[in-house]
Design a binder for this molecule. Structure first.
Ligand code: SF4
Length: 363
């Protein structure tokens, strides 16, 4: 894995949305009498995507994973940070470089009912990106993409409209449309969650084949850890706009270290009723993404909370001494020698490095 070249580098990505506060607040703001508020949907996310790699972004709804995915393909303009694609820094890219990026970055959406234009035939839907980018050999490319998506013979589907297709066929059309420009990478946002259970396995095996045969890099976005385990080389867990744990998929699933990751994994049902296990149940609600709390954003729900250091110091996502994955949590000793207690106001409170190290075993 590490031998592959980096295709995409996401550097401290931020996407904040201004809150619509109504006309009184707008007037006050326009005369300098009020501060606008922002939803911190994505708040300092960094990762690499290598050529041919599959990366999963997981977390509860509202954690920022879809906004991250949409920012990756430039459906949202980041409000901070940057994306470097194939050595091109997108914030400084020329129009020609942005066009080349758009050609190579495609997205498959969750809901094939919403993502396909009901007035366009299957042929026009798949041909549309070719027309936008002025690519030749339209018919041959549309046919090849549809046949790859197992809509065969392709001509049979050319004149059909989305309402004439099943949910699985619609998602296959969406996949054909994403593939028709021969992109370098695809963001797939909950690609099977709207499909009937009986259709999911077929679409997942198509996505698997797509990754292998096209040598694509794929970012899968899902709350379904079983699906991500099956599809992804690496996994990043998000909470309130930040990545809290990141590493090889098997490592993160089998040996989770962040208390939030542990709780997410514990929430996955085990099919065998005879297999008992201790579960960490998440208490409370996701915090406020407008008035973001100081310190660790997970502190109000954390079963392993260790005191003032969690309240005061934002835990950086960094390598730790004892395991392979990177974790944003003060429970573990930094591999780089970072000391969060040095950043605290006043004396050390309830947390110490020693007590921190002993806590995970108690969870
Ligand atoms: Fe829990 Fe503190 Fe770790 Fe946050 S930093 S996850 S509050 S132990």
């Amino acid at each position: 894995m590490s031998g592959r070249d980096v295709l995409l580098e996401v550097e401290n990505l931020e996407k904040h949305f201004k809150v619509n506060q109504g006309w009184i607040a707008s007037i006050l703001e326009s005369i300098g009498g009020g501060e606008p508020e922002y939803v911190h949907a994505v708040d300092g996310v960094s990762f690499e995507l290598r050529e041919g790699e599959t990366l999963g972004l997981a977390g509860e709804s509202g954690c920022g994973k879809t906004t991250t995915g949409m920012s990756l393909v430039k459906l949202h303009e980041p409000t901070g940070g940057d994306i470097v694609y194939d050595d091109t820094r997108l914030s400084e890219a020329t129009d020609a470089e942005v066009t080349r990026f758009r050609q190579n970055a495609q997205m498959i959406f969750q809901d094939p009912f919403e993502s396909l234009n009901p007035r366009m035939t299957v042929y026009d839907t798949v041909a549309e990106p070719l027309r936008i980018h002025d690519v030749r050999n339209e018919t041959a490319r549309v046919e090849r993409a549809l046949e790859f998506a197992e809509l065969q013979p392709a001509e049979h589907y050319f004149d059909q409209y989305p309402h004439e297709l099943s949910g699985g066929q619609r998602q296959r059309v969406a996949i054909a449309r994403a593939l028709v420009l021969d992109p370098d990478f695809i963001v797939a946002d909950e690609p099977v969650s709207m499909l009937d259970v009986s259709l999911r396995a077929g679409v997942l095996s198509l996505l698997d084949r797509m990754t292998d045969e096209f040598g694509l890099s794929v970012v899968y976005i899902s709350h379904d850890l079983s699906l991500l385990r099956h599809m992804c080389d690496r996994l990043a867990i998000m909470y309130m706009g930040k990545i809290v744990e990141k590493g090889p998929t098997d490592q993160v699933i089998e040996d989770p270290q962040h208390p939030y990751t542990r709780a997410l994994i514990d929430a996955v049902p085990v099919p065998d009723p005879d297999v008992g296990r201790e579960r960490v149940e998440l208490q409370g609600e996701v915090g406020d993404v407008i008035d973001v709390p100081s310190g660790c954003r997970f502190k109000d729900r954390c079963p392993s909370y260790i005191g003032d250091v969690c309240d005061q110091v934002v835990p950086p996502l960094e390598a730790k001494r004892e395991f392979e994955q990177a974790v944003a949590c003060h429970l573990y000793e930094s591999a780089e020698g970072y000391d969060p207690y040095a950043e605290m106001d006043g004396p050390r409170a309830s947390g110490t490095a020693d007590s921190a190290e002993s806590t995970p075993a108690d969870d």
